[in-house]
Design a protein around this ligand. Structure first.
Ligand code: F0G
Length: 428
């Protein structure tokens, strides 16, 4: 029995596994699991029993769901740090900020390289190894490159990253350099880097590890599997996710579809994908009910991770939004940075793009789309240390066009107790 097949999302044509990302018709490829195989081989009980295991591969929050993420990877193929097993956080500051009683944050910044990308990367890199590839490449706004560099170096493959020159946060660039990637800075934006990496990979026989690679999407499904397992296989009402290249949105819809088909869940949570107003092609498409994506030529946002004008996976993502009866929203940079300040001040912390989820939750609550009593999960996609410049400049009031609504400035004092007392408002 074939455990899974690879098919074109447009014409349905089947393809054999290999270094292929698009069908001859131009459509994206996806992994289609054999539901009969899955029904016979997996259950919620099986995945719960693996929670006790700490060793590879099942100690990973991705490979715990092995049959659902890569049913034909052998133990010897698997490249894992291990990833996943990220925590859920609740905090009254976040609840009162969004006016949602039951809101929690799933912190994907707790992954080994500090973002959710590690979940797709472990599966994509394992496939690269299985295929015997020697070099791997990606275009990136930073986190994918950090993740790919780490996993490739662990596996002994050569990582090559294409990044927009001067537009990625320093924490991410430093990771790519340190993990040993060949870093190619493109004089252009992420969308230019994405076109060039596709052309270069095809021409030079390099394995492409962007989320256009169907195995990356398979790995990212594990965020939903793990989340629903953390809720004892009961769905929340909403899952809110920052949206850039739309890999996560696509993966979440696919994961929920598969869990519903397998009878793991009754109810399908609604997905809300949140974009930054300056990089909002998916939101525009949704708002205008357009049939095609209206690409944004010059995307602009402080959340550089989602500064993307022409996301590749828009068709898969729209399918996910429609399947879950979800929606797409946009938030301003001001809303993103204020929501980030709230998440940070709760002791949880995140990079700017991640805060789009909480900013989106607040906005959707204000608009009445989300009810005060709904159970809401926001996906926090990246670690606070990824972009310290954005955080510091917000608190010091140095960001152009953004007010430091919840700024927390340091003070400089003379080195004596009197000055300390003054700062702490203690009378002598
Ligand atoms: N949040 C963070 C922190 C990201 O790094 C990204 C994407 C997103 C959200 C958006 O996720 O693309 O699945 O819709 N970063 C990619 C990168 C593009 O290259 O690191 P998406």
């Amino acid at each position: 029995m074939e455990k899974a097949t690879i098919q074109c999302i447009d014409c349905g044509r089947a393809h054999s596994p290999g270094a292929l990302y698009r069908c001859e018709c131009g459509g994206l490829l996806e992994v289609v699991p054999n539901m009969e195989y899955l029904r016979e081989n997996v259950s919620c009980g099986l995945f719960d029993s693996r929670l006790r295991l700490r060793n590879p591969p099942y100690g990973s929050g991705v490979w715990r769901f092995r049959e659902l993420v890569h049913p034909f990877a052998g133990d010897e193929d698997i490249v894992s740090r291990p990833e996943g097993n990220t925590n859920l956080y609740r905090h009254k500051k976040v609840s009162s900020y969004t006016v949602i009683d039951d809101i929690c944050l799933k912190h994907e910044g707790e992954n080994p390289t500090g973002s959710f990308k590690d979940r797709g990367m472990t599966v994509g890199m394992s496939e690269a190894k299985r295929l015997g590839m020697k070099q791997v490449a990606c275009a990136s706004t930073g986190n994918t490159s950090a993740s790919m560099a780490a996993y490739a170096s662990m596996a002994g493959l050569k990582p090559i990253v294409f990044i927009p020159d001067g537009e990625i946060a320093f924490g991410k660039l430093s990771q790519a350099l340190a993990y040993g990637a060949q870093v190619i800075q493109i004089k252009g934006n992420f969308d230019d880097a994405m076109s060039l990496v596709q052309e270069s990979s095809n021409a030079l026989g390099i394995y492409l590890l962007n989320s256009i690679n169907p195995w990356r999407v398979e790995g990212q499904k594990s965020i939903m599997f793990e989340l629903i397992q953390q809720f004892s296989w009961e769905s929340p009402d909403w899952v809110i996710v920052p949206a850039g290249n739309l890999g996560n949105t696509s993966a979440f819809g696919k994961a929920l579809f598969e869990m519903k088909e397998l009878g793991f869940i009754e109810k399908i949570p609604k997905i809300a994908a949140i974009q930054a107003t300056g990089a909002n092609p998916f939101y525009s498409m949704w708002a205008k009910k357009a049939g095609e994506l209206p690409a944004v030529q010059h995307p602009k946002t402080i959340a550089t991770a989602i500064k993307i004008g022409n996301p590749v996976s828009w068709k898969k993502a729209m399918k996910a939004i429609k399947y879950t009866k979800g929606l797409v929203e946009e938030v301003t940079d001001q809303e993103i940075m204020d929501a980030k300040a709230m998440i940070d001040a709760s002791g949880i912390g995140c990079e700017p793009a991640s805060a789009a989820s909480v900013a989106g939750a607040k906005k959707l609550r204000e608009k009445g789309a989300i009810d005060k009593k709904d159970r809401v999960v926001c996906i926090i996609t990246g670690n606070i240390l990824k972009d310290p410049d954005a955080t510091i400049n917000y608190h010091l009031g140095r960001l152009e066009h953004i007010k430091s609504t919840y700024g927390n400035k340091p003070v400089v004092i003379e080195p004596n107790l009197g000055s300390v007392k003054k700062v702490l408002s203690i009378s002598s």
